[in-house]
Design a protein around this ligand. Structure first.
Ligand code: TRP
Length: 456
């Protein structure tokens, strides 16, 4: 296998490919609503600190493991230590849990893109439009099927390269558009400054240890999700990486991209929500629908808002599509390897599982709204299990493997193939002492909170 692995061309090729997988709904949909829920500036601060220490350490470790072994996550964990074989499997299950609900949200994006194209922008800007939309049965399912079907067809035909090309071109435009929308809404809305303050400045008033802990739980889950960590993706990317690429530098670049886009998306959405709610943080619209609730209202205030809405949602659609393709591709590749099935069969199986797991998420606000698993609807539950339970477990195991079995030095040596590893002291320290303790603390508290043993 090893010698048939292709490599990324050039140094920037790797960064772009990894950033392309990292940037998706996590940045544009998930980050802003979490920031909004968890007190704005406080969440932002915690997130950035975690990203620079934790996220950095874990990403370097994963990329280095991938490049050193040249293997898929499944094989890599097994090779490094037999007892860690299960981590490879765990890492493979995670994308399978994410893909279905990711596609439900991908469907929401398609619906909104279509809504703007077909001139329903005024309708979508109405209060409670989103709630009534996801409260309906047929449409959300239809769009979900369309999104996951499209993903499957692309992966089946192996034409993702074409999509990725389009998306690479769109990504910079999307960034410019987000900056423009943020600037416009802040400049024109009354009271936006207070909203910007809410988003940027941490408010420590009334901060309790539990609250801080839950913020850290959310921030860490988001970090994994957004940077595609703790599910073998970066190991896979690392295995394709050439030996002359600097891992430390690339990691910084990916982090910068990913966090930058999330930050800007937050700036576009959070202050606007603040304004729409009359600046009362207690009344802030909480939850997963934030982007879909808020942006149509923002676009409605803009001249030519309908066109901006079209361009925006079409681009987010492409960002979501490249991520869902890459999620599906990961699972398909493992199945081809392990179960010795053809590509088409593997795609069909993944599609089948996605339908079974995705339909409950698509129905979670309508037909099955009454059904709650540990207090969550289906979408929330899948999101929770993957981000707040399984990913921390995978991340913890990765840290233990690197810190105490293969030793930080093996990662450091791999990084040092291209010059000095500047932050190696921090790396060793975080991976040995900070990360494992912290991840366990977070895992335990998120599970306790889910079962309402502690209350946030
Ligand atoms: N990081 C992606 C986002 O922000 C989501 C994601 C998680 C992902 N894991 C992935 C994308 C694996 C591709 C591959 O939306």
């Amino acid at each position: 296998m090893q010698n048939t692995r292709s490599s990324f061309t050039g140094k920037i090729g790797f960064v772009l490919a990894a950033a392309g997988s990292a940037v998706g709904l996590g940045n544009i949909w998930r980050f802003p609503y979490l920031a909004n829920n968890y007190g704005g500036g406080l969440f932002l601060l915690v997130y950035i600190i975690l990203s620079l220490t934790f996220g950095f350490t874990l990403m370097v470790a994963e990329i280095a493991i991938g490049r050193k072994t040249g293997l898929s996550p499944l094989e890599a964990f097994k090779k490094l230590d037999k007892r860690f074989t299960f981590v490879g499997y765990l890492a493979t299950i995670i994308p399978m849990l994410i893909l279905p609900y990711y596609s439900v949200i991908g469907g929401w994006v398609m619906k909104y893109a279509y809504g703007f194209v077909s001139g329903q922008d005024k309708l979508m800007a109405q209060e409670d439009y989103f709630a009534s939309y996801i409260g309906s049965v047929g449409e959300p399912i239809g769009w979900f099927l369309l999104f996951i079907g499209l993903t499957a067809v692309i992966v089946m035909l192996g034409v993702q390269k074409g999509i990725e090309k389009v998306s690479k071109f769109m990504m910079p435009v999307l960034v410019v558009l987000i900056i423009f929308i943020a600037a416009y809404s802040i400049a024109t809305m009354d009271g936006a400054v207070a909203g910007v303050k809410y988003y940027l400045l941490p408010n420590f008033k009334g901060l309790t240890a539990t609250k801080l802990m839950m913020t850290a739980v959310a921030a860490m889950g988001q970090l994994f999700y957004s940077m595609s960590l703790a599910m073998g993706i970066m190991i896979t990317f690392g295995s394709y990486m050439k030996k002359d690429v600097n891992i430390e530098k690339s990691t910084h670049q990916i982090e910068f991209f990913d966090t930058g886009i999330a930050f800007l998306a937050g700036l576009m959405i959070v202050p606007a929500v603040f304004v729409f709610n009359g600046g009362d943080p207690e009344k802030m619209n909480k939850g997963a629908g934030l982007m879909f609730d808020t942006l149509p209202k923002v676009f409605d205030t803009m001249p030519g808002g309908r066109w901006i809405g079209i361009v925006f949602f079409v681009m987010v659609f492409f960002a979501a599509l490249t991520s869902s393709i890459s999620l599906m591709e990961t699972i398909v590749a493992v199945m081809q390897d392990k179960m010795k099935v053809g590509r088409k069969t593997a795609c069909a199986i993944v599609l089948g599982i996605s339908l079974v797991l995705g339909l409950p998420s698509a129905l979670g606000s309508s037909l099955w709204a009454e059904i709650k698993i540990i207090g969550m609807d289906f979408l929330g539950f899948f999101d929770f299990i993957s981000n707040s339970v399984l990913m921390p477990i995978t991340a913890f195991a990765t840290c233990i493997l690197v810190a105490f079995i293969i030793k930080p030095k093996s990662v450091i040596d791999e990084v040092q193939l291209n010059g000095r590893f500047k932050q190696k002291k921090m790396f060793s320290f975080v991976i040995r002492y900070i990360a494992p303790v912290f991840i366990i603390a977070i895992l335990v508290s998120s599970v306790l909170e889910a079962f309402k043993i502690i209350e946030f």
